[in-house]
Design a protein around this ligand. Structure first.
Ligand SMILES: C[S@@+](CC[C@H](N)C(=O)[O-])C[C@H]1O[C@@H](n2cnc3c(N)ncnc32)[C@H](O)[C@@H]1O
Length: 331
């Protein structure tokens, strides 16, 4: 797939076109012998097909690489960021033991940097932009009904939701369509929120704010502070620090919603889900030296941050990779 991505093979074939390998080799610049053997391998995953001998055409999967720039970005980060990082993850374990910071990761070794992924990407704007768009490609796939069934707001309730580490706001946009009286404040790094686009009809209800969650949360009085796929990027001590930075805004009615991949007991979900969740767990190790957590581990983490955090709701579903935790405050 790295060859498909780097040579932009998908872009050289029109949607209903069937072309000889030779012609594709000329268009893309990848030599004929290796183009043919590489494509015949990715075809086993239904990426491109060979409808007649020595000819190539798109499948639905390969066409997505042309049609949807976010899928292209996702494929790009898997090939250019994750692939080299995966090759160094065991080296990182041997070097650091159990990683204690994002800089003790396969990603940092592969990039020959002392910085973790988010810090490193700040120095490479094109990679940073691609990363953010790829995350929003993943966010687009999510099941909003599942979130809303487990979200502590009724559909007509008037309330403010702070979307902490909300990326470019894809999730808040989706929630805002379904919660017509709620207002959303998306917080993330300045370069991540910089180019965010909000449709005109939502502009009065979606705001953005640059915020570094290693500082105390500056916004008090919101009903919900929503963290989606944020904590799994960080080792335990860092998660505790982020949680402590929210102690100052907790009141009796404040709720933290933690919506994260969570681990389950082995062999309690389908093989597909088992692979998907374990894969994400190791992806977190690779990129950030971090991990997914079980419900029990979440309880411990909250208690380490402050004993007044109260885990008052847990939603888990066999077909949903994310677990939604509702955390209140004991006054
Ligand atoms: C895996 S993404 C999740 C984005 C979004 N919540 C979603 O579910 O699609 C994690 C987000 O945390 C943000 N982030 C990382 N470090 C941060 C920091 N120190 N302060 C605020 N946001 C940060 C990243 O920029 C990124 O957008």
């Amino acid at each position: 797939m790295q060859a498909v991505h780097r040579y932009q093979i998908a872009a050289y074939i029109d949607s209903h076109e069937t072309i000889p390998f030779e012609e594709l080799s000329k268009r893309s610049g990848l030599n004929l012998v290796d183009l043919r053997r590489i494509l015949r391998l990715v075809m086993t995953r239904r990426v491109f097909c060979e409808p007649r001998p020595d000819h190539v055409a798109h499948t639905a999967a390969s066409w997505l690489l042309v049609e949807d720039s976010r899928v292209r970005d996702l494929s790009g980060i898997i090939c250019d960021e994750r692939f080299p990082a995966s090759a160094r993850v065991v080296d990182a374990l041997m070097m650091y033991g159990q990683p204690q910071s994002p800089a003790e990761s396969g990603f940092s070794l592969a990039n020959q940097t002392k910085r973790g992924l988010y810090e490193e990407l700040k120095h490479f704007p094109a990679r940073q932009a691609r990363w953010t768009l790829a995350m929003s490609a993943m966010a687009q796939k999510i099941d909003f009904d599942y979130i809303l069934e487990n979200f502590p707001l009724r559909s007509n309730e008037t309330a403010t939701v702070v979307d902490v580490g909300g990326g470019n706001g894809t999730i808040s946009l989706g929630l805002a369509r379904r919660l017509p009286n709620a207002t959303f404040l998306v917080q993330d790094a300045p370069d991540v929120i910089h180019d965010a686009k909000v449709p005109e009809d939502l502009q009065s209800r979606i705001m953005y704010q640059a915020y570094n969650f290693f500082q105390p949360q500056p916004v008090s009085g919101a009903r919900v502070y929503y963290f989606r796929n944020v904590f799994h990027n960080w080792p335990d001590d860092t998660c505790v620090q982020i949680l402590k930075n929210h102690v100052g805004i907790m009141e009796g009615h404040t709720i933290l919603v933690i919506d994260d991949f969570a681990l389950h007991e082995p062999l309690t979900v389908s093989p597909y889900e088992e692979r998907r969740r374990r894969n994400m767990d190791i992806t977190m190790l690779t990129y950030f030296g971090s991990r997914e957590r079980t419900i029990r581990e979440w309880g411990k983490l909250l208690a380490m941050a402050d004993v007044r955090f109260r885990l008052q709701g847990v939603a888990q579903h066999g077909k949903q990779p994310n677990t939604i935790l509702e955390v209140g405050w004991s006054v």
